[in-house]
Design a protein around this ligand. Sequence first.
Ligand SMILES: Cc1ncc(COP(=O)(O)O)c(C=O)c1O
Length: 402
Amino acid sequence: MPGWELFDENEKRQIDEVMETGVIMRYGFDGARKGRWKARELEQAVRSYTGASYVLMAADGTAALTTALAALGVGAGDEVIIQPFTFVATFESIMAAGAIPVFAEVDDTLCLSPESVLEAITPRTKAVMPVHMCGAASRLDDLLAICKERNLYLVEDACQAFGATYKGRAVGTIGDAGCYSFDFNKIVTCGEGGAVVTNSREVYERADMYHDHGHDHTKSDRGAEGHPFCGYNYRISELHAAIGLAQMAKLETFIARQRTNKRAFKEALSSIPDIKFRTLADPDGDSATFLSFFLPDEDSARRTTLALKEAGTEGVFHWYGNNWHYIRNWDHFKERRFAHPISSDILNGMQDYTKRVFKSDELISRTVSITIKMGWSGEEAAEKAEAAARAVKKGLAESHRR
Ligand SMILES: Cc1ncc(COP(=O)(O)O)c(C=O)c1O
């Protein structure tokens, strides 16, 4: 990760094909576009790769999540259960849909704990939105069983896990809807981009209209199209889709390289007794974008992160101290600082997160993740893995001496 590590002539060629026609809008301009429909082709490529019945490309992953919720009819007064370890976009998308984010906890899969979901359900709960963090699946069987029993929607935030599978099926395709991100730093990048996937024709059609101002997409003349309901503009452009097409053709290679490089890191670190690796709900389906592990406590995690950075390891995260991926530092959200007045439904419905103590603190405070690059050769990965192992030992030794 990310896909731009292996940009080559194919991305340029795809962009040139769009520029030759001058049509950068995904709809209309049928005559001028010379049969080139990049967004449509990308939807087809994602459909064949994931096996989803329907795919809708969107402007980005956040827009895709908001669109999926709206398409399912999740909105004012509804609660959506999520995890406190995720990127801020997860709660943003729920609030953009007008619904209330409710935080449960994560377990040692680093994803939503099904047990904590059971505790968070209220009569207002409408959906559960697990996040397949750091490239690997949540405990989807357990979450699906809860949703079926309680009549809740399961919406998969698979924005960090395109290419990952769960028991042989692509993550994102297992719930009522799933969303991917193809932003600048994802395993497949469009620059900015996202997708909603679903196996329901109705959800797809509603998402399709919602993400394009309500256009029903029934005519080639956009001005003559109907608008069954109001929507927004969350469309992807042909230029972004073109980059994604070139990237999709290389996805198998991306994953294979990440898996090989991750294996090198895991082997190098596995002899260190104080390390426990993240539990993977399905180890065979890991997209291998990160190697995550738990250390004995917060101090050892902090010192180890520092030692890794000093040793030149790129993309090292101690999420507990990071401002964007764990609720502990989301003071803007907890203190309710919004750019404009927001719905009283959301304000009154939200817990006071300045007071809540999360059980997830114990785990996230001692979690460290290392980004696995697809661009490393096998030799480079082995060298970097050895250096990382030495750094982890140094960090742990410093912490023991404390
Ligand atoms: C878990 C998660 N959800 C949603 C998003 C939003 O995706 P985008 O950046 O494409 O809007 C991200 C982006 O990193 C993410 O990590």
